[in-house]
Design a protein around this ligand. Sequence first.
Ligand code: NAD
Ligand code: IPM
Ligand code: MN
Length: 354
Amino acid sequence: MEKIIAVTRGDGIGPEVVNEGLKILKVIAEFTDLSFEFKDAPAGGEVYKKYGENLPKKSFDIIKGADALLFGAVGLPELPPGVAETAILRIRQELDLYINLRPIKLYESLKDKCPLKDEFIGKGIDITFVRENTEGLYANIGYISDDRAENLMIYTRKGCERIIRYAYEFAKKMGHSKVTSVDKANILKTSQLWRKIFHEIGSDYPNLQKEDIYIDAYCQWLIRAPYRFQTVVTGNMFGDIISDEGAFLIGSLGMASSGNIHPGKVSMYEPIHGSAPDISGKGIANPIGAILSVKLMMQESFQSSDIAKEIENSVEEALKEGRTIDLRNPEIKNLTTKEMGDLVAEKLKVRLKR
Ligand code: NAD
Ligand code: IPM
Ligand code: MN
């Protein structure tokens, strides 16, 4: 079955890591029944510099007409903050991609790069952050003047209900025993509504334990006992922040993938990191976050869990033999971005041929 994949390479290391994601999609096309048509949908800072907009209509139309979007990263240090980045928020808002799925899994083969001691790793790290992706402070409501600025944080019942229900369903599907909600209900009215709805909806899931943790305490629990968490549901800003913290627990920001999802609609898959201007153009960026985003695409948009699993197995296997420099280990070969992608692609070919 042919799927149309819109491709936004973006800025900085975006194009470097997206190329490796595309390599994996090409292997899938070669060895399975899926096939892909790729359509470029340029967005971000470089595009802004050329055309004065970060998401030209032509690109957005391509995205809207696709089955899924593979996205790199946007942002340029020479542009004011937000000029490139609001392209992402527009895609999330206008396509109503209310679920931001961000898995954090420590692979056995990367345990040497987890910054925690064994006693804190415990029985392992395998958490999925379910981040609300269309409301809160990131809805971009506000203004800035010379002496004052405001952002409005609005959460609606509809917005809370749908993400929280999704999280419970996700936990059930994954065989998890507990759902953790992270909020700031001791201060924020929005969190008080969120927490109320978390328990209202939770009554439909008697077999799942429920747990509320405040965001500040959660930041220490995530380091102190990450093995306690399975499905973690939270608002837009808290989800943004804890997912970068979680990413470093599994070795590097370059390892973490995400899906911006509206079930049944065109969804967007991207590594959680940014354009990393400090390393861009050097060919050393870790492409695994982008590759695992393709894994999420298979799982969530194309109902191809078997292929998804093989991508993950290939990544895990490849990391024993070679790694990019962010994951350096003197006993394991140091690879460029492209070599890392090649290695995972080789492993995947062998697995899909079977
Ligand atoms: P960043 O994620 O780009 O980089 C933070 C640090 O992590 C840097 O040291 C970087 O080298 C490292 N890093 C990130 N990805 C890596 C990878 N794949 N391999 C190895 N190391 C990696 O965050 P930042 O520096 O705060 O932001 C840079 C720009 O990216 C800004 O313009 C920001 O707004 C933008 N940004 C975009 C997205 C996105 O497009 N989704 C996400 C976050 C930040
Ligand atoms: C992310 C990024 C984006 C966000 C920014 C660049 C808009 O940090 O995807 O985590 O905050 O959601
Ligand atoms: Mn972020």
